[in-house]
Design a protein around this ligand. Structure first.
Ligand code: SAM
Length: 226
């Protein structure tokens, strides 16, 4: 895929291990453009690719996206993190929607339809929403290889892309910063917001993982893909 062309037209976001919730696509497709419109005009078209190994969760997500009128700018892709660079399939309902849609396909759509894998250095932003790193290391460890999966997340992001990790340690306390740095990401910054009073505390390399995402707080970490 010609990356120069892709960069010129589209801004591609990946919601890795999206499950069935539409929060990430809704943020990038609806909320962020409204916030940004107050200060600048977005020239690129944003498309969010929600990937998960659980096909039925993706179909349920597609139903929610349809109800929320978000489908035009969101794709649901059946893919396991560990093998998404070899095997990644737009869900049948998604293919049907795209075949009947009047909006133009991204180059990644065309690539996925023909070749069924995610090429290296594809996405401008990646999101691991809602303690995915913890889940991969604890809950899904029987059938997921967390290290290989996160190496593939690194591979599928463009150099210089940001990776946003939300609510680290909300379920499983693992060293998200150390783990992601070991697969090639550089930790830039993180914040912990107290939802009760809105106060914000910065997260750094010395912050204890167990203090992140406590009840009534919203934590997130930002990494850059080197
Ligand atoms: C905590 S849940 C969903 C988190 C979701 N990002 C959210 O915001 O609600 C974790 C998801 O990871 C998916 N998952 C687990 N192991 C995976 C793997 N190796 N590759 C892709 N998806 C995986 C599961 O199917 C599940 O939908």
């Amino acid at each position: 895929m010609d990356q120069t062309d892709e960069q010129a037209i589209d801004f591609l976001v990946a919601d890795f291990a999206s499950g069935e919730h539409d929060r990430v696509p809704s943020f990038f497709v609806r909320i962020l453009p409204e916030l940004v419109a107050k200060v600048m005009v977005l020239k690129k078209r944003t498309t969010v690719y929600c990937t998960d190994l659980h096909a039925l969760r993706l179909d349920s997500l597609m139903g929610k996206l349809e109800e929320a009128a978000l489908l035009e700018n969101v794709r649901v892709v059946h893919a396991k993190l560990e093998t998404m660079d070899e095997d990644a399939h737009l869900r049948p309902g998604m293919l049907e929607y795209l075949a009947n849609s009047h909006s133009s396909l991204t180059r990644l759509d065309i690539h996925l339809k023909k070749k069924c894998f995610i090429p290296p250095e594809t996405f401008d932003i990646g999101v691991l929403n809602n303690d995915v790193v913890g889940y991969l290391h604890e809950y899904y460890m029987e059938y997921s290889d967390a290290k290989v999966g996160l190496q593939k997340v690194h591979k599928c992001l463009k150099k210089g892309a940001l990776l946003v990790v939300t609510m680290p340690c909300s379920q499983y306390v693992v060293d998200n910063v150390g783990i992601l740095e070991s697969v090639g990401f550089e930790f830039l910054e993180g914040f912990d917001i107290n939802l009760l009073d809105g106060s914000v505390v910065s997260i750094n390399h010395f912050t204890e993982p167990k203090t992140m995402s406590s009840l009534g707080h919203y934590s997130f970490l930002i990494f850059i893909r080197r």
